[in-house]
Design a protein around this ligand. Sequence first.
Ligand SMILES: CC(C)(COP(=O)(O)OP(=O)(O)OC[C@H]1O[C@@H](n2cnc3c(N)ncnc32)[C@H](O)[C@@H]1OP(=O)(O)O)[C@@H](O)C(=O)NCCC(=O)NCCS
Length: 181
Amino acid sequence: MDDLELATSRLRLRRFDDGDLPLLTELFADHSVRRYLAVGRMDRVAALDFAAEFIRRSEGELSEAGCGALALTRKADGRPIGYCGLRPLPDRIRAVELLYAVAPDCWGNGYASEAARAVVDWGFAVLLIDEIHGFTRPEHGASRRIMEKLGMRYRGDTDRYYGETLAFYALGRCANGSNPA
Ligand SMILES: CC(C)(COP(=O)(O)OP(=O)(O)OC[C@H]1O[C@@H](n2cnc3c(N)ncnc32)[C@H](O)[C@@H]1OP(=O)(O)O)[C@@H](O)C(=O)NCCC(=O)NCCS
């Protein structure tokens, strides 16, 4: 688990380290990123605290549940550009939530889709997760498009998590066609 790394043609996903704190702080302090995440307004200091807690939580989830958010870096220059991963859902055992965020200056290059594909395949083929769920604000076209490209099916809107109504997408292991590695 310590050497956990997922790779795609352009990206690497690995556990967070302290060097990822500045990027995560930037992400959470940026209104254009935060507006679609279930986090409230925050200044830089609050974003730094939130980023540190995000890393701690992800590390805890990786140790306890085997899955969590991973740092997303670009192979070409090694730059951390965001995160992508799977997070346990509080009331589910065999279903997890898909997460992703990319630095705004890197949007539109297919990075989130590429990372999410690798993470979904990891979840089904290696972790043997039964279902991957995704939640997004209904008006978030880019996030919906990413989940649709992954083959996730829209199952309607739900207010089950995050205290707001979100579009709910899901994909099962059999439908993904992933076989155990
Ligand atoms: C959502 C986010 C991860 C997308 O990252 P990205 O690397 O630009 O995404 P990709 O380039 O892989 O794919 C985006 C897809 O959505 C499409 N898209 C972009 N804006 C869109 C819109 N307003 N409506 C519909 N589709 C849209 C793109 O054309 C692309 O689809 P395509 O490959 O068929 O052309 C990024 O904008 C982000 O980090 N946002 C803030 C955090 C966030 O919203 N996270 C998800 C929370 S649910």
